[in-house]
Design a protein around this ligand. Structure first.
Ligand code: MN
Length: 229
């Protein structure tokens, strides 16, 4: 069975359940105990989860007033982990903060606050009335990408689908080898992948929240399957 390392965050349940239902064995990491080098040598795949903002000093910018830090030590631990995972060509699935973290680890930059830095953008953050799986906006998928191939059966004829959304940051300049494969209608980057890797896919929404109903199960199944080899 594939051992899937999951970076610790405040809402672990749905990530663990999505991995389990895709046939993987979840291993939630402990920042204080699990060294990135050991994780990269033991785990068969790495799942980067949601959480606070990546410190903008890591991509050469000053903090926007909206900056909300992640848990102390998370940025450094996860950047080292993702670099080691990519070096070892371990399958990586990155979600929400995870896509941002992956992008910074690959030398990219972030829009620090969509609402103020991209005037006229759609709603990407959660309202009080939203459930975790409330569909908030459309995404347009790049034809022929890994993401589009995995999602093909559930896409509209225009290669689009609806996603939940709760983020205030997004990718600005994509990191090395990362290709944009989904955007929202306002131009916000919603997914990237690295086609040179065995499996490296990152999405800005939260597919794990749909583990019961399976709208995005194909992403977890392909990730876990890639980790088996
Ligand atoms: Mn969004």
């Amino acid at each position: 069975m594939s051992l899937i390392a999951i970076t610790r965050c405040s809402k672990l349940h749905d990530y663990e359940e999505a991995v389990r239902r895709a046939g993987g064995d979840p291993w939630v990491l402990d920042l204080a105990v699990d060294r990135p080098a050991d994780v990269a040598s033991r785990a068969h795949g790495i799942l980067l989860t949601g959480g606070g903002d990546v410190d903008p000093s890591l991509y050469g910018e000053a903090r926007h007033p909206s900056f909300a830090a992640a848990e102390p030590g998370r940025d450094g631990h996860e950047i080292e982990l993702v670099r080691r995972a990519l070096d070892a060509d371990l399958p990586v699935l990155a979600i929400c903060r995870g896509i941002q973290l992956l992008n910074v680890a690959c030398g990219g930059t972030l829009v620090q606050d969509i609402a103020t830095q991209m005037p006229g953008s759609l709603k990407h953050e959660r309202d009080g009335s939203d459930q975790p799986f409330t569909l908030v906006h459309e995404v347009w998928l790049e034809s022929g990408s890994l993401l589009e191939t995995l999602m093909r059966d559930s896409l509209s004829e225009a290669d689009s689908c609806q996603v939940n959304s709760r983020h205030h940051q997004a990718i600005k300049a994509a990191g090395k080898n990362l290709v944009t494969v989904a955007t929202a209608p306002d131009g916000v980057v919603e997914a990237v992948e690295d086609p040179s890797r065995r499996f490296c896919l990152a999405v800005q929404w939260h597919p794990e929240n749909f583990y019961r109903t399976g709208e995005f199960r194909a992403l977890f199944e392909a990730f876990v399957k890639a980790a088996e080899h």
